[in-house]
Ligand binder design. Structure first.
Ligand SMILES: [Mg+2]
Length: 231
């Protein structure tokens, strides 16, 4: 069998309007519409503290969705306090980030996602997702009507291993021992390309160029051509 390992976020789908700082901003604008806060101000607080910012540290102890989200609450509280809210309001607002981020109406597919997955399935590729994400990733994938494409979803929030940790990739390889061809496809040079290559899996960078990437395409629709040449 021939296996494609896909990143999810900003490769197959994305949160419309932005991810973490944008979710915080939505919460603050809803709860305190009169207080002016910008995305840039909040962005300062979302650049660290998430599990994927420290992929060298596995987190199997965050073994339920509630535990995973609770571990992030200090980051959200700090952001709210940083832009001027008191501790009580920051605590309440931090609790609102989860449902806001997960709002299904915010999640979108890129136009080329479903057609490319279909085209590649038709020529015999099996699809999986390997994503650094939130515990509810499979619900988001389901909401986007994408579940039927994937043999399996490997989600760091459930496994405890963030790409580019080698164990994240080893889990996929162990689950598909019969794969004769394998490719990783994603938008992050570090997590998707370098991580995969370190595990012996060739990779294609998509959507976001990096000068050191050996293989890059701007759109997924270019992938069937590349993969048939490589096959
Ligand atoms: Mg990504």
């Amino acid at each position: 069998m021939k296996l494609l390992i896909w990143d999810f976020d900003e490769t197959l789908g994305y949160r419309h309007g932005g991810a973490w700082a944008a979710s915080l901003l939505e919460v603050l604008q809803r709860e305190a519409p009169d207080i002016p806060v910008t995305l840039d101000e909040l962005g300062r607080y979302t650049r660290a503290g998430f599990p994927w910012h420290t992929p060298e540290t596995p987190h199997p102890h965050l073994d339920s969705p509630d535990a995973w989200w609770e571990a992030l609450e200090p980051v959200f509280r700090q952001a709210c306090e940083g832009v001027g809210f008191d501790a009580d309001r920051a605590f309440a607002m931090a609790k609102r980030v989860r449902p806001t981020y997960l709002d299904p109406a915010r999640w979108r597919l890129y136009e080329d996602t479903a057609p490319t997955l279909t085209a590649l399935s038709d020529v015999g590729w099996t699809h999986t997702i390997l994503s650094n994400h939130v515990p509810e990733l499979s619900d988001l994938v389901e909401g986007l009507k994408l579940s039927g494409y994937f043999a399996r979803i490997f989600n760091s929030a459930l496994t405890g291993y963030e790409k580019p940790h080698p164990e994240a990739y080893r889990m996929v390889l162990r689950a598909f021992p019969d794969a004769t061809a394998r490719w990783m496809i994603g938008d992050s040079f570090r997590a998707d390309v370098q991580g995969a290559q370190a595990a012996g899996i060739p990779a294609i960078l998509v959507r976001r160029h990096h000068p050191d990437a050996e293989r890059y395409v701007a759109t997924l629709s270019e992938l069937p051509g590349i993969l048939s040449d490589a096959d």
